[in-house]
Design a protein around this ligand. Structure first.
Ligand SMILES: O=C[C@H](O)[C@H](O)COP(=O)(O)O
Ligand SMILES: C=C(OP(=O)(O)O)C(=O)O
Length: 358
């Protein structure tokens, strides 16, 4: 019998990962963390159901690469959360998976040592530990679900999920979203198309059956009931922002036409700020102004923020990394973050009492 080299022609190896169940056993959910997740999810659902007039703010680093600086950031955010909690629900961006336009560092799970050694097993364990630490502070977390297997490892520690601009049109991500336990924000496409986000919300709201893995790590047929908390995230595209009143009104009309609730989140970063972090405060102020002028569909914003503003490239000698500065997209620094949230709080205090009358 001839032996063919016919399968896995371009695969160089398979390494077995620990199962989601074994990682949960190694790093179990604690009461404090579980409460933060459950309360965060409930508050988000209440905002989306218009039972809570506050704005939710997904705020934090573009990506986590240093858990020490990440936790330093989380402690600052927790303090600020106490200050602004009457007007805003702060949800920390804890992004471990980066979808790249072509190539580049794909995040802390894929390559925790940032040296192309790709210790995914350690990356996943470190990611779970980091999420546990943040949740134990009493902060809800937000992440981008890029790899369809990761939620089995981390999903119990997440309160809000994004599907990114590069994957909103993917059936795999829509199916996965239909089974996620969190509200899911679908970004418009990188070309600015919000139609794909609306189709994604519709798709994810239905039950699906697809291939995935179970907690025991077995390839499984996953059957879902559908997720009714999908919503649109406007991130701009094709070199044009889409957070302005006209773009928001057009998104409202498109949602209405699809018979979907008018719930819109604005991403202050990415194409809405031409990837220039200095412009994020202008986007945020504009959104808050739209709410002051009576807008009822804007329910959330996203801010890419870190301890130190800007970004840095990953140096070969990692000891040269600037502490608390992004290694992916540029972020606003901590002082700017505080100012953005305090300014928004001052405006929203006067506006929120009338917000639920819709
Ligand atoms: O938010 C992150 C980036 O915008 C996204 O991962 C794409 O990055 P890239 O265009 O640098 O690959
Ligand atoms: C990759 C991201 O955004 P987008 O999908 O909008 O490019 C992100 O928020 O990290």
């Amino acid at each position: 019998m001839t032996t063919f080299h016919i399968e896995n022609v371009n695969v160089t190896s398979f390494e077995t990962m620990p199962t989601p169940e074994s990682l949960h056993a190694q790093l179990p959910l604690t009461d404090a963390a579980g409460n933060a997740v459950m309360q965060g999810r409930e508050a988000l659902r209440n905002i989306l159901d218009r039972k809570d007039p506050r704005l939710f703010v997904v705020v934090g680093p573009c990506s986590i690469h240093d858990p020490v600086a990440g936790l330093d950031y989380a402690r600052r955010l927790k303090k600020l959360q106490e200050e602004v909690k009457d007007t805003m629900l702060l949800v920390m961006r804890v992004y471990f998976e980066k979808p790249r336009t072509t190539t580049g560092w794909k995040g802390y799970i894929n390559d925790p040592d940032m040296d192309d050694s790709f210790h995914i097993e350690r990356g996943m364990a470190n990611a779970r530990k980091f999420l546990l630490d943040v949740c134990e502070l009493g902060l809800p977390t937000a992440t981008e679900a890029l790899d369809p297997i990761s939620p089995q490892y981390l999903g119990d520690l997440i309160a809000w999920t994004a599907i990114g601009a590069r994957t909103t049109e993917s059936q795999t991500h829509r199916e996965m979203s239909s089974g996620l336990s969190t509200p899911v924000g679908f970004k418009n496409g990188t070309d600015g198309d919000i139609g794909i986000a609306i189709n994604a919300i519709l798709s994810a709201s239905h039950p699906h059956s697809f291939l995935g893995i179970s907690g025991q790590g077995k390839v499984s047929i996953v059957r879902t009931s559908g997720n009714r908390y999908g919503h649109v995230v406007l991130r701009g595209g094709d070199g044009r922002p889409n957070y302005d009143t006209v773009s928001v009104a057009m998104a409202e009309q498109a949602l209405q036409k699809a018979k979907l609730p008018a719930s819109i989140v604005v991403d202050c970063s990415h194409a809405n700020s031409f990837k220039n972090p200095d412009l994020q405060p202008l986007v945020m102020a504009d959104v808050v102004n739209q709410i002051r002028s009576g807008n009822k569909s804007l329910v959330g914003v996203m801010i890419e923020s870190n301890i130190v503003g800007g970004k840095q490239s990953i140096p070969e000698d990692l000891s040269k990394l600037v502490y608390g500065c992004s290694v992916t997209d540029g972020c606003v620094g901590w002082d700017t973050t505080e100012k953005m949230l305090r300014d928004a709080d001052a405006v929203l205090r006067d506006v929120l009492p009338g917000r639920l009358a819709r």
